[in-house]
Design a protein around this ligand. Structure first.
Ligand code: GLC
Length: 818
């Protein structure tokens, strides 16, 4: 271990690459070892039984694991056995063993089931570049001497391995054979896989091999590249353009295990306010208060659900952040109060750039406090963005983050409830689509760094400032922060939306994989702009996009200035009614989605997830990225081409019911679904309760009573969990939440449903829970559901409806057929 392979391969040592040689042990700790190899310090530490950290600090660099990606926590590795002989040091936890062969130094892992993974390549292992070649940032490294050379680790690529995740990627789900760049940019329109890197970078991959998963996270905020058996089909390499090589290996063995640990390491998605799950409407830009009012009125008059309205940069005074355009928005407090009265929440944009203007207090204050990024000569770094010449807060400086957070006060005081952090790659206009030069200085409040070292963290740090500011200013409310850019760990500060997509069928197609890729990278709360940003949408595109968009964790329609307006009613009655019906379905699904958010918050499980999440053993799912699971209960297969009504759907093992017709299909099966406009291919898992609210147009419109559990009984059994709380604030931490298990067992014509006793002390104003059993072919012989229950059978709808009083006690329903 790692074993030598007999197969031939091209001599792949790139020019200037120097792999580490012989290692000697320096210290052995309870859960880790420290070694020296050539000029490098190498550490291997077990943080948890299934999580190892490797630190490679070449050329005498100091050991440093500090990172904006990580949450601080005391890791418990459990018992670790450290072994050593002349050839190898081993670190064995209760789940896996790390092997370090000493001559030369190579690292690999196996688990107690005998699976080997993340094995260093025997020839190339870990190393650095002595000759810079044409790697970006290297000239700078040579000038300063402080950045360090490019570093890399080569791992063996094993024949059955498939790579997934890698953050915000529009390319397909399976990344095997691809080369991935991690460097945040504001890309030109298009966003195809050729563009490669987009606004956010999450250097993490989940690897599946014959149903068993492991994960790899390279923690570096400089430019990172993953070569996933692209250059050489027998190797994968992971490298950073300068500095240290710190990586984490997650042993799995399920995808859920990997994501659970990854989100323990990098943080969990906070519970959002419930309204943030509703539909949002945006436009670059609604230019006056009157236009915003008109949009708000239209939603209500047209009976189309909407919870949030977004104000883009034209609501600002000359695009200056934290201001209001006095002409278009003379009375923001009044407007926002009015909108709130109509059930809308208002979200306001905040860009990273601060307009250079001596009469603008935000600018002058930041300048006086010396909180901006600098040129290498020590002047304020400036470039053009929307407001003209801007300067940029140094978000690596805690004082700058705090100051920035405090700037949100006037917005929140005016009634803004969500912050939309934008242009935070940072995006610059000179030259177009550029970002800061690598040698810009982030003074960091004492620990100066070059921009290249922190580039990928800039967006996350800005989002962090917004979230922490919101928490300080409104401690009783859950912040709502949306960000365009981010790094690993962004999920704990903000949701990520995927920036400036296009109103094309191609972009709709790409969105399906893109959101699955993000979900597999710890960002469960994500969404693409429904209808597309650039270009003109058509009614059919918007309708199909909305059919998909209602299953995104973040559901918002947004479009660009020069384009056709995209509100759901602008394309004629046919498309309006489809959008209405879909958004009403989303609103009915909120208790289900909220339950999924709570799961995501607790475990890192994405909301919109690939089929292999639940079926890692089923290889047919590895490339199935044109359909997905929304939670555990729903399988969705959107139509993403114009004029198309039929499509192939793969249904994995288990029984599934078509939402609209009730037809049952037993998987695994490939089926041709009929999905005319307005009836997208949606399947519900048998015996699995789907919680639904009554129809509403916004959260809080009225009491969500009754809560309905829809169930499709079928021979066998299933279970689901349901979670709810006040939907905002923090009382759930004091026990005021409700969690219940719902099980359904069907055997020999007998249906047994149990709603478990409520865990948690949430008190409901709701008075009824309804259980709706679908696809019940005939009137049941007997229904027992307790004295207080009532029931009726609806033969035409083939459903049995049982109404129960809402109590914390458990409920049992027994139905005998025939
Ligand atoms: C950026 C954002 C876009 C926004 C525009 C104007 O392009 O990605 O969503 O509308 O800036 O603020």
């Amino acid at each position: 271990m790692p074993s030598k392979r007999m197969t031939t391969r091209k001599p792949a040592s790139p020019p200037g690459y120097q792999t580490v040689g012989r290692a000697t042990t320096i210290t052995k700790e309870a859960s880790g070892v420290c070694l020296r190899a050539d000029s490098a310090t190498v550490e291997l530490t077990a943080l948890a039984p299934d999580l190892f950290r490797v630190g490679f600090f070449p050329q005498g660099r100091a050991v440093d694991y500090g990172s904006v990606a990580l949450v601080s926590r005391d890791w418990q590795s459990g018992p670790v056995t450290v072994g050593e002989d002349a050839e190898e040091v081993t670190l064995a936890t209760s789940a896996a063993t790390a092997h370090i062969s000493l001559e030369p130094l190579r690292i690999g892992f196996d688990d107690h089931a005998g699976r080997e993974f993340a094995l260093d390549d025997p020839e190339l292992g870990m190393g650095w570049f002595t000759a810079p070649g044409d790697l970006p940032g290297v000239d700078l490294a040579n000038q300063s001497g402080t950045l360090g050379k490019p570093v890399r680790v080569y791992k063996q690529h094993r024949a059955g391995e498939h790579y997934f995740g890698c953050g915000e990627r529009t390319g397909e789900l399976d990344k095997t054979g691809s080369h991935q760049i991690f460097w945040n940019v504001d890309p030109p329109p298009g966003h195809t896989a050729l563009q490669n890197n987009l606004y956010a970078s999450i250097p993490f991959t989940l690897v599946l091999d014959a149903g068993r998963a492991w994960g790899f996270f390279l923690d570096s905020t400089t430019r990172v590249e993953f070569d996933l058996a692209h250059d050489d089909p027998q190797r994968a390499w992971f490298g950073a353009s300068n500095g240290d090589l710190v990586y984490y290996v997650f042993c799995g063995p399920t995808p859920a295990d990997v994501l659970a640990r990854y989100t323990e390491l990098t943080g969990h998605t906070p519970l959002p306010p419930l309204w943030a799950l509703g539909n949002g409407q945006s436009r670059f830009s609604y230019e006056t208060a009157e236009e915003v009012r008109e949009i708000a009125r239209s939603f209500r008059e047209r009976d189309i659900p909407c919870d949030a309205l977004y104000l883009d940069i034209d609501a600002l005074d000359g695009y200056r952040v934290f201001t209001w355009n006095p002409a278009g928005f003379p009375d923001p407090e009044g407007l926002l109060a009015e909108l709130r009265g109509m059930g809308f929440h208002t979200v306001s944009i905040v860009d990273a750039g601060v307009k250079v203007d001596e009469h603008y207090p935000v600018y002058t204050e930041g300048k006086e406090r010396d909180l901006y990024c600098k040129t290498p000569q020590g002047n304020e770094y400036q470039n053009a963005v929307w407001p003209g010449i801007c300067t940029f807060p140094d978000f690596t400086n805690p004082e700058a983050r705090r100051w920035w957070g405090d700037q949100h006060r006037p917005l929140l005081d005016a009634g803004v409830e969500g912050i939309w952090a934008d242009m935070n790659e940072p995006a610059l206009f000179i030259p177009p689509n550029s970002t800061m030069p690598p040698d810009v200085i982030h003074p960091g409040g004492g620990k100066a760094q070059f921009h290249i070292q922190v580039h990928n963290a800039y967006g996350s740090l800005m989002a962090q400032a917004a979230r922490e500011g919101s928490l300080r200013l409104r401690p009783e409310r859950r912040p709502f922060i949306i960000s365009r850019s981010g790094y690993a760990g962004i999920q704990r500060h903000a949701l990520l939306w995927t920036g400036d997509n296009s109103s094309t069928w191609e972009h709709l197609t790409m969105s399906l994989a893109q959101l699955q890729n993000l979900g597999l990278s710890g960002v469960g709360w994500a969404g693409v702009d429904i209808g597309g940003f650039y270009g003109d949408a058509t009614g059919e595109l918007l309708a199909r996009w909305t059919e998909f968009g209602i299953f995104q964790a973040f559901c918002r329609n947004h479009s660009e200035k020069q384009t056709r307006h995209q509100e759901p009613w602008l394309f004629g009655e046919r498309y309006e009614s489809i959008c209405r019906a879909m958004l009403k379905l989303r609103q009915r699904l909120l208790p289900y989605l909220y339950t999924l958010f709570e799961e995501c918050h607790r475990t890192g499980a994405p909301i919109l997830r690939p089929l292999f999440w639940a079926y890692p053993e089923d290889k047919a799912t590895y490339s199935m990225d044109d359909e997905f699971l929304c939670g555990d209960t729903l399988l969705v297969a959107p139509i993403t081409r114009p004029g198309v009504e039929y499509r192939h759907v793969y249904l994995p093992a288990g029984s599934w019911f078509h939402l609209w017709t009730g037809a049952r299909i037993d998987g695994p099966a490939h089926v041709l679904a009929h999905a005319p406009l307005g009836q997208p291919a949606i399947y519900v898992r048998a015996n699995t309760a789907l919680p639904l609210w009554p129809e509403m147009n916004y959260v809080g419109q009225r009491e969500a009573d009754p809560l309905t559990f829809v169930l499709h009984p079928c021979e066998g059994s299933g279970s689901a969990t349901f979670y709810e709380d006040a939907g905002d604030g923090y009382e759930h931490l004091n026990g005021f939440y409700a969690r219940r298990a719902i099980t359904c067992e069907v055997e020999a014509g007998h249906i047994h449903v149990e709603i478990g006793e409520q865990e948690g002390a949430l008190l409901h104003a709701r008075r009824h829970t309804r259980v709706e059993l679908r696809e019940i072919a005939s009137e049941p012989g007997a229904v027992h559901a307790g004295k207080a229950a009532t029931w009726r059978y609806e033969p035409e709808q083939r459903r049995l409806i049982v109404d129960l009083p809402e109590t914390a006690a458990s409920h049992v329903i027994d139905v005998s057929m025939g």
